[in-house]
Ligand binder design. Structure first.
Ligand code: FAD
Length: 393
């Protein structure tokens, strides 16, 4: 038995040692797993609970793009976060590979953002000009230049923006590495353990319940993705996060290697080291229905038509996941107002793989009493709770 570290603030209590840690992380997707690893790396004892298998939800998505361009990170703090996110992820992946010997398939390819009609061309060209003004390295290619460089592309292309190099990783391997490294640093990972309630003393959260089992900690961090609002309702917080469904395909064609990343108005193609190509992804508001649909596949086949040869490709796999989408589309990172010891790291929508490292760094710094950085204030939770209250008046 040890005494809780918050004894000065609350009634003196004793909790069973084997059920007590500095931090409990709820959810072992990429956001929770990287956070648990970084906290343990900083010397904190961590227990991570997942109601299913680690990485079994959105974080199992196959593409793993680490690009700040492909799905439009916008301008301002979100773009800055994604730029810092890439730096963090490259560092963390290197560290994980060194610690575990697992190759996460971090790769780098040129990216072509292609337009296939005049309207898309105008939008793409405007984006190109914006990126150049922000100091980006992109080039603009007219249709004949695209055809010369990439004869595999559809002849219907009306223009393209080319980034010289963009990174991507294979999320399944990244998760394997981060979970192994986390365990090596003492993180207790409990799968098939659904958190069902919070343990509270006054306005302090002192742990969680998973059915009849109780676990105690100074800090509880919700990193349970699209399901975060469901738990927060239990403590009277209405977190505006909803599931954004994404479907994808994995294909390959014998003797064919895609030499670049492609982004169209509908989605993207990502070549992987084993020759397979990930085709993603739909963005659908369909509640919690995790289903592969005819409409979804038909959407992905249109993405695939950017490279006509791929109509002959073999389909290896399909994937569907629910991205956690906040009401303003940006992540929610930090303490929850009104409750001591309760925090959230969610709402990463289309960029959770890219942003898991910077999110983990910010939360770790904050919990350790260090400076989480200037950017952090833009991503705290209060902003969406206030917005909601205002719209309800
Ligand atoms: C098709 C698709 C393609 C994508 N492509 C990219 C990409 O290229 N690049 C990129 O950066 N991002 C991409 N994303 C987004 C990225 O996958 C997500 O933002 C990220 O996975 C979110 O991670 P998470 O850990 O917050 O959530 P999740 O991975 O959903 O993890 C949440 C975990 O919480 C657990 N959980 C839920 N409730 C409870 C409970 N009560 N108790 C315990 N555990 C619980 C779940 O079992 C789950 O394991 C893509 C997403 C999809 C769907």
């Amino acid at each position: 038995m040890i005494r809780s570290s918050n004894e000065k603030k609350t009634k003196r209590r004793w909790y069973p040692l084997e059920r007590t840690s500095d931090v409990i992380v709820v959810g072992a997707g990429i956001v929770g797993a990287v956070l648990a690893y970084l906290l343990a790396h900083s010397g904190r004892s961590v227990r991570m609970l997942d109601r299913g298998l680690p990485g079994g939800e959105a974080s199992g998505a196959r593409a793993g793009l680490l690009t700040t361009v492909a799905e439009g990170s916008g301008k301002g703090p979100y773009l800055d976060l994604s730029v810092q996110g890439l730096v963090e992820m490259r560092t963390i992946i290197q560290q994980l590979e060194d610690e575990t010997g697992i190759d996460c398939w971090l790769e780098c390819h040129p990216l072509y953002r292609i337009a296939t009609n005049e309207q898309e061309r105008d939008m793409m060209f405007a984006l190109y000009q914006e990126r150049r003004q922000l100091g980006g390295q992109e080039d603009w290619l007219e249709p004949e230049q695209v055809r010369r460089e990439q004869p595999l592309f559809s002849p219907r292309i009306t223009g393209a923006m080319r980034s010289p190099q963009e990174y991507h990783v294979t999320p399944g391997l990244l998760l394997k590495a981060v979970l192994q490294a986390a365990r090596q640093r003492g993180v207790i990972v409990q799968e098939n353990t659904a958190v069902t309630a919070f343990l509270t003393e006054g306005h302090r959260v002192i742990g969680v319940a998973a059915g009849m089992e109780h676990y105690y900690a100074d800090h509880v961090i919700l990193a349970n993705g699209a399901w975060s609002p469901n738990l927060l309702k239990l403590v009277g917080i209405d977190l505006p996060v909803t599931p954004l469904r994404g479907q994808m395909l994995v294909v390959s064609l014998s003797g064919f290697n895609l030499p670049c990343l492609i982004n169209t108005a509908r989605g993207y193609l990502v070549p992987k080291k084993d020759g397979r190509i990930v085709v993603g992804a739909t963005q659908e508001h369909a509640g919690y229905a995790k289903e592969i649909t005819v409409a979804g596949i038909s959407h992905l086949l249109k993405v695939l038509s950017a490279v006509p040869a791929l109509v002959q490709a073999r389909i290896h796999d399909t994937f569907v996941g629910l991205r956690p989408m906040s009401s303003d589309g940006m992540p929610l990172i930090g303490p929850l107002p009104g409750w001591e010891g309760l925090h959230v790291a969610t709402g990463h929508a289309q960029h959770g793989i890219l942003l898991s490292g910077i999110t983990g760094r910010m939360m770790t710094a904050y919990l350790n009493g260090e400076d989480p950085g200037e950017l952090w204030r833009h991503f705290q939770v209060q902003r969406v709770l206030t917005c909601k209250a205002e719209t309800e008046v």
